[in-house]
Design a protein around this ligand. Structure first.
Ligand code: PEP
Ligand code: MN
Length: 362
């Protein structure tokens, strides 16, 4: 379905919607003092929107699960006394009711919630009639349709101020990042909904504060609209996600160093050069298509010949040889083996499918 959305410029939430818009604040609101001091320091660094988790979805029980409703009052105080906008995560109908009552400026849905269509539907129903921006984090598993499904459920409930947060995808075992970026998924979201606000959460991708800046920079290089970053006045003592939070000063430092690339350029020379390069790419794509079609025609011929001679389609030895040759030549040309394997496996599979079709014909 087409989404009917109101662009972030019209939400009245971000003072300036030129990239990057930045939302920052602690993983969790822990005490009135911790929240207020963090907010004050962030505001001094130019941050206009404060995030803080009030109800925390923790992997295991007996961890700090958030301060609950009282935290909303602290958020209100930040809003009134510092003039910041405030945002929190909601994960069920009760949270929605309390967050709306407390006058939150924006809500977000967490990764574990997005993975559950029942929960999303209940939240969408509870939000009916509310004119509040809602950001939807990607589900923990790399499923773009599930992510879009959550956006559609909100939109069908009448919410038009919707956007997405990319926070990476669960990994099994040891990996550099806590959650793998798998950038192709947010890129697909942007392709389908170019108007929608797309924010990156480098904190939950990185898992360690030292990796937060590199992820934030990659998001800027890819043209994300903004960042939501976890920041705590004293990260080492944080009750949740202590390893990935930045001090407000480190956040300001990171933001100051980010290279912000333009989405496009007005320069005639740039445009002409780009048009030329793109025309060459388009030409090569045409040639690739021609070559693929010829390869398939020969593969069909092989299929018919195998059938006449009563030979099986699969010839494993042959496939191994093809792949080995591809890797060897590809390496000489500076091509990545993993990419070549994916590409040639897809081509090989398509050939097999066509030969199977030929075999099954009378
Ligand atoms: C959070 O933003 O603190 C949070 C719980 O994030 P996620 O849903 O991405 O795990
Ligand atoms: Mn967190």
């Amino acid at each position: 379905m087409q989404l009917d959305i109101i662009k972030a410029e019209e939400w009245g939430l971000f003072a300036d919607t030129t990239r990057p818009v930045v939302i920052a604040g602690p993983c969790s609101a822990e005490s009135e003092q911790q929240l207020f001091e963090t907010a004050k320091a962030l505001k001094a660094g130019g941050i206009g929107v404060l995030r803080a988790g009030i109800w925390k979805p923790r992997t295991r029980p007996n961890s700090f699960e958030g301060v609950g409703e009282v935290g909303l009052q602290w958020m209100r105080r930040v809003r009134e006394e510092l003039g910041m906008k405030v945002a929190t995560e909601v994960a069920n109908v009760k949270h929605v009711g309390e967050a709306l009552k407390a006058g939150m400026d924006m809500l977000w849905l967490g990764a574990r919630t997005t993975a559950n269509p029942f929960a999303i539907q209940e939240i969408a129903d509870a939000l009916k009639g509310a004119d509040i921006p809602v950001l939807v984090k990607n589900p923990v598993n790399p499923d773009v349709e599930l992510w879009i499904g959550a956006l559609e459920r909100l939109n069908l409930a009448g919410l038009k101020k919707i956007g997405v947060i990319h926070r990476g995808f669960s990994v099994y075992g040891e990996a550099k990042y806590r959650n793998m970026p798998q950038w192709q998924l947010p890129i697909e979201i942007k392709r389908r909904f170019p108007e929608m606000l797309m924010i990156c959460d480098p904190s939950h991708i990185a898992g360690k504060r030292e990796y937060v800046p590199e992820i934030a920079q990659q998001a800027m290089d890819l043209g994300f609209d903004g960042l939501i970053v976890e920041s705590h006045i004293c990260p080492e003592t944080a009750l949740s996600d202590a390893t990935q939070q930045l001090t407000p000063a480190d956040l300001a430092d990171m933001l100051g160093k980010l290279v912000i690339r333009k989405i496009d350029s007005e320069s005639l020379e740039y445009r002409e050069n780009m048009d030329d390069l793109r025309a060459r790419i388009d030409g090569i794509d045409d040639e690739l298509l021609e070559l693929l079609a010829s390869r398939m025609r020969i593969s069909d011929e092989i299929g018919r010949y195998k059938k006449q001679n009563n030979i099986t389609i699969l010839q494993p030895g042959r496939w191994e040889k093809v792949l080995a040759k591809v890797f060897e030549k590809g390496r000489e040309k500076g091509l990545d083996c993993e990419f070549l394997e994916k590409l040639f496996k897809a081509i090989h599979q398509a050939s097999i499918d066509r030969q199977t079709e030929i075999m099954s014909r009378d």
